[in-house]
Design a protein around this ligand. Structure first.
Ligand SMILES: NC(=O)c1ccc[n+]([C@@H]2O[C@H](COP(=O)([O-])OP(=O)(O)OC[C@H]3O[C@@H](n4cnc5c(N)ncnc54)[C@H](O)[C@@H]3O)[C@@H](O)[C@H]2O)c1
Length: 401
C-alpha cells in the first residue's frame, strides 16, 4: 500500500495533495578552500502547510534530486499529520558528496543554503532540521546565518540544534526511544512476549536507543548488523558492550562478547527472529527477498525500508508491518518540543520531553488502531488513513463549500 494509493480513498484532500505546494530549485556557487567555485544543485520543498508551517530535514547527499526531496516532503506531511503536530511537511537537499568537503566548506555550504532559501524558510513558514549528512553543527551555522540575515536571533527557525543554542535535551535519544514506545504498544496488540526475539539492521543513532530501550525492558536482540557485517547470539546480544565498541569507532563485529557468530550484513534478512527491525537504509525488503524473510513482524525505523511491491507479498505471508511514519515519528515530535520551547523562550527537561513524546506517539498509535479494521488489518493503510483524516478536517474547513 503506497501513500498515493491510500490517498485515492481519501476525500477532496486527495486532489489537493497530488502536487507539492511549492518546490524551489537553486544552484549554489560553493567557494572551495582553494578558491575555486563548485556549482551544486539544491532544493527546498514545502509539500503542504494545511496543518501548520512545513517541517522537514535538509539532506546533503550525491543522490539527492527533486523527486526524492518531494517524496520525502510528502511523507513528512503524513508523519506530522499522524503525530497530531501543528506542522505541514517539507524537505530540502543539496546534491553533494560531503566526504569531498572540508569542515570550512561544509560551513560555507550550510550558510549558502540559508542565504539562497531565506524567503522559503522561517519559524512560522518552514522549519528545517538535520537529515543525512547534516547534524547539530549544520543547524547551528544555518540558524546563525538566518539570524544574521534577519538582524535578530531566530532559534525557532531550525531544530536539531546543539543544546547550547536552544537545542533539546533528549533529542538524540528521541527517535529510538520513541520507536520503542510504539513497539511496546503493538507488541501488546500482536501478542508478542519477551520470548520473541528481534533482529536489528543498522546500529546508528535511531537503532542504538531503540535497542537499549528494548533490552532494558527484557527483550532479546539476537542479531544486529551495520555497514561492516552482522553478529548474532541465540541468548541475546550485549547491547551496552556494542555501544562501547561503536563509541570507540569500531563496528558491531568488533564486540568481544563470547560465542558471538559473525556473518555478512545481508544475512540479517534470513536471521530467524520474530521481529525484523530495519533501521538503516530504504528499500531493503523488496519483491525478490520478501517471501524468504522468516519474521512475523517488520518494525520500520528506517524511512521506506519496505518497497511498495513487497507489501502485498508480506501480507500474503501474514507478516505485520509497523510503518515508518509511525515507528520513527519520535524525531519530529522532539523537533516540535524544541520549536515550541524556542518560540516561548523556555527549556524542557528530560521528563517533560519523555512525557510529550509518549503523549503524541500513543495518540498516533491509537488513531492508527481506530482505522485498522477499516483498513482490513493493513497497518500501513491505517496510518495513512489516520493522517489523511486529520488533513481532510483542515481541508474541508478551508476549501469545501
Ligand atoms: N535519527 C533520527 O532521528 C531519524 C528520524 C527518523 C527516521 N530516521 C531513519 O532511520 C534510519 C537510520 O537513521 P540514523 O539517524 O540512525 O542513521 P545513522 O547514520 O546514525 O546510522 C545508520 C546506520 O546504518 C548502518 N548501515 C549503513 N549501511 C548499512 C548496510 N548496508 N547494512 C546494515 N547497516 C548499514 C550504519 O553502519 C549505521 O550503523 C534512516 O533511514 C533515517 O532516515 C532517523
Amino acid at each position: 500500500m503506497s501513500a498515493y494509493e491510500a490517498l485515492d480513498s481519501g476525500s477532496g484532500v486527495a486532489e489537493f495533495l497530488k502536487y507539492p505546494k511549492e518546490t524551489v530549485a537553486a544552484s549554489l556557487p560553493l567557494r572551495r578552500d582553494d578558491g575555486r567555485i563548485t556549482m551544486l544543485k539544491a532544493w527546498r520543498c514545502r509539500y503542504s502547510d494545511l496543518l501548520g508551517p512545513t517541517k522537514g530535514g535538509i539532506r546533503f547527499h550525491q543522490a539527492v534530486n527533486a523527486d526524492e526531496v518531494q517524496t520525502l516532503a510528502f511523507w513528512m506531511t503524513m508523519k506530522c499529520a499522524l503525530a497530531g503536530l501543528p506542522f505541514g511537511g517539507g524537505k530540502g537537499g543539496v546534491q553533494v558528496d560531503t566526504s569531498q568537503l572540508s569542515r570550512t566548506e561544509k560551513e560555507r555550504l550550510a550558510r549558502l543554503y540559508v542565504s539562497q532559501f531565506e524567503n522559503v524558510i522561517g519559524p512560522r513558514r518552514d522549519i528545517p532540521a538535520p537529515d543525512v549528512a547534516t547534524g547539530a553543527a549544520e543547524m547551528a551555522w544555518m540558524m546563525d546565518e538566518y539570524s544574521r540575515l534577519q538582524g535578530r536571533l531566530m532559534p525557532a527557525t531550525f531544530t536539531g540544534k546543539p543544546i547550547a543554542l536552544g537545542g533539546l535535551v533528549g533529542r538524540t535519544e528521541a527517535t529510538g526511544e520513541g520507536a520503542f514506545m510504539i513497539f511496546e504498544y503493538f507488541a501488546r496488540q500482536l501478542n508478542l512476549t519477551k520470548d520473541d526475539t528481534l533482529a536489528v539492521q543498522g546500529f546508528g543513532n535511531a537503532a542504538r536507543f531503540f535497542a537499549l530501550a528494548a533490552t532494558d525492558a527484557g527483550y532479546r536482540i539476537t542479531a544486529i548488523s551495520d555497514s561492516s557485517g552482522m553478529i548474532s547470539h541465540e541468548e541475546g546480544l550485549d547491547i551496552k558492550a556494542i555501544c562501547n565498541v561503536k563509541d570507540k569507532g569500531g563496528s558491531v563485529a568488533d564486540t568481544d562478547q563470547k560465542n558471538v557468530q559473525k556473518a555478512v550484513g545481508q544475512d540479517i534478512l534470513k536471521h530467524p527472529a520474530t521481529v525484523f527491525v530495519p533501521a538503516a537504509l530504504g528499500g531493503v525488503v523488496n519483491a525478490g527477498n520478501a517471501k524468504n524473510i522468516p519474521c512475523k513482524v517488520i518494525f520500520e525505523i528506517a524511512n521506506g525500508p519496505v518497497k511498495p511491491e513487497a507489501d502485498a507479498i508480506l501480507e500474503s505471508q501474514d507478516i505485520h508491518v509497523i510503518p515508518d511514519i509511525l515507528a520513527n515519528a519520535g524525531g519530529v515530535i522532539a523537533s516540535y518540543i524544541e520549536w515550541t520551547g524556542n518560540l516561548r523562550g523556555e527549556q524542557h527537561d528530560r521528563d517533560q520531553v519523555s512525557y510529550i513524546l509518549r503523549d503524541h506517539l500513543i495518540g498516533a498509535a491509537k488513531r492508527t488502531s481506530e482505522m485498522v479494521s477499516d483498513a482490513k488489518g493493513d497497518i500501513r493503510k491505517a496510518v495513512y488513513m489516520a493522517a489523511i483524516k486529520r488533513l481532510s478536517q483542515s481541508y474541508s474547513v478551508l476549501y469545501e463549500i
